[in-house]
Design a protein around this ligand. Structure first.
Ligand SMILES: Nc1ncnc2c1ncn2[C@@H]1O[C@H](COP(=O)(O)OP(=O)(O)OP(=O)(O)O)[C@@H](O)[C@H]1O
Ligand SMILES: [Mg+2]
Length: 274
């Protein structure tokens, strides 16, 4: 492959959950670092348009954000910031409730801008808000890879099932990767099995178990220090697990380069919503 910057097009990967507070933003951030460290240029996009906080975890105070870009008061290149070479962020403003439910025109404008913005990255990582708002569903539907993040708690599991069910019943989506957070390997297997059994029984398809991330106190320390865990404690157990996840994700991209070649990062781009 001659062009190792963007050999097969950008792959979009969204991190979603039914229940809030399960660890989406921290996973998005540290996956971004892991992918970047493994040689895969990535763009982290804060898609929690009501309660954005990716920038807070990095200790950044961006002057311009996604909402400015959509309003036309900032150009895409003014909004994207480089965190480290090979890892950029597209921050969003917090406390803008109207962005939680973007209308068709706003969505079309966003995808239009993103299409040019994402070239040059191997991964576009979308940190979604919790729940099943219209914006969450649209972005989750359009991403090429969907990670459903759950914890072993029953409430997280039922809410995880709910978001899968809505995406399936509304848009026919059937491909989901499951990551179990704050769990041992055994807890992760059991949790995945429960979720997978529900999907098999009631929705008629199976999920893919991507892996797990262990409960790790360093994560809380990193959040308090506003430093990404991948830099605060690069050898801790959670980062070891996230590195594994990043390797599996990169392998998926490699194996699917042919299918992804020439495709836009958001595969259903500009298709009318059903
Ligand atoms: N593997 C882990 N070990 C220990 N603590 C964790 C782990 N993953 C996440 N946390 C903690 O859980 C809290 C919530 O994480 P985070 O903000 O990433 O969740 P979220 O799903 O993005 O929340 P929201 O739904 O509000 O966007 C953080 O304070 C973080 O420290
Ligand atoms: Mg979050």
């Amino acid at each position: 492959m001659s062009d190792n910057i963007n050999p097969g097009g950008t792959v979009s990967l969204c991190i979603m959950s039914g229940k809030g507070g399960v660890g989406k933003t921290n996973l998005s951030l540290n996956l971004g670092f892991s992918l970047r460290d493994q040689g895969h240029p990535s763009l982290l996009m804060d898609c929690d348009l009501g309660l954005a906080n990716l920038d807070v975890l990095l200790g950044l105070a961006p002057e311009k954000n996604l909402q400015d870009m959509l309003a036309g008061s900032a150009q895409p290149h003014e909004v994207v910031q480089t965190i480290e070479p090979g890892l950029d962020i597209l921050p969003a403003a917090s406390g803008v409730p109207e962005m939680v439910e973007m209308d068709q025109n706003q969505q079309a404008a966003l995808f239009d801008k993103l299409t040019t913005l994402v070239s040059g990255y191997e991964f576009l990582i979308l940190d979604l808000g919790a729940g099943i708002s219209g914006t969450v569903l649209s972005l989750a539907r359009m991403a090429q890879m969907r990670v459903v993040l759950v914890t072993p708690e029953p409430t997280s599991l039922t809410d995880g099932y709910a978001i899968i069910k809505v995406l399936h019943s509304r848009f026919g989506v059937r491909d989901f990767l499951v990551v179990v957070n704050q769990a041992t390997s055994q807890e992760s297997k059991e949790t995945f099995q429960r979720l997978n059994t529900a999907c098999k029984t009631f929705l008629g398809f199976e999920l893919v178990h991507l892996g797990h991330v262990r409960l790790d106190r360093s994560m809380t320390e990193a959040v308090i220090n506003q430093k990404p865990l991948a830099r605060h404690a690069p050898n801790c157990s959670a980062i070891k697990d996230i590195t594994e996840l990043a390797m599996r994700i990169a392998r998926y991209r490699q194996e699917n380069l042919d299918a992804l070649q020439g495709r836009q990062a958001l595969k259903n781009i500009l298709l009318p919503s059903t």
